[in-house]
Design a binder for this molecule. Structure first.
Ligand code: THU
Length: 140
């Protein structure tokens, strides 16, 4: 992916993290996805007093993209407060699988002043449940 889009995506994830609503865990997460339409969609974690109703930053960003009418993403960046190589939760990996342009999309992990770790979705979500043909357009 081109350097400018990568930098813009990382920056968007870091900025979105500032909007995290996490009064229970105090763990702030931001995410940004690059839609196939060239737009960046942002998300943050949004917790709830009924803890199970919490939505992760990655899913907030992905669902925002879909709600805006874009159904494929070509890269995702996630920002946490951890400067070690952490990765999105399994539920978010499944949702990423649903809306990825390809399983080879980059998943970038960063934190303020921390390094950037890069994986592919295929690496972090091997053998996903995909009861559909990824080459068929179900969305048209
Ligand atoms: N969280 C995310 O936003 N993304 C993940 O991939 C893992 C966890 C959020 C959910 C919750 O608000 C907080 O981090 C602590 O689990």
């Amino acid at each position: 992916m081109v350097q400018e889009s990568r930098d813009a995506l990382l920056q968007a994830a870091l900025e979105a993290r500032q909007n995290a609503y996490c009064p229970y865990s105090h763990y702030m997460v931001g995410a940004a996805v690059l839609g196939e339409d060239g737009k960046i969609y942002r998300g943050c974690n949004i917790e709830n007093v009924s803890y199970g109703a919490t939505v992760c930053a990655e899913r907030t960003a992905l669902l925002t993209m879909v709600a805006a009418g874009c159904r494929k993403f070509t890269a995702i960046a996630v920002a946490t407060g951890d400067d070690f190589d952490t990765a999105p939760c399994m539920l978010c990996r499944q949702v990423m699988t649903e809306f990825c342009a390809s399983l080879d999309v980059p998943v970038l992990m960063t934190s303020p002043d921390g390094p950037v770790y890069t994986h592919t979705l295929r690496e972090i979500a091997p053998l996903p449940f995909m009861n559909f043909d990824p080459n068929k357009d179900y969305h048209g």
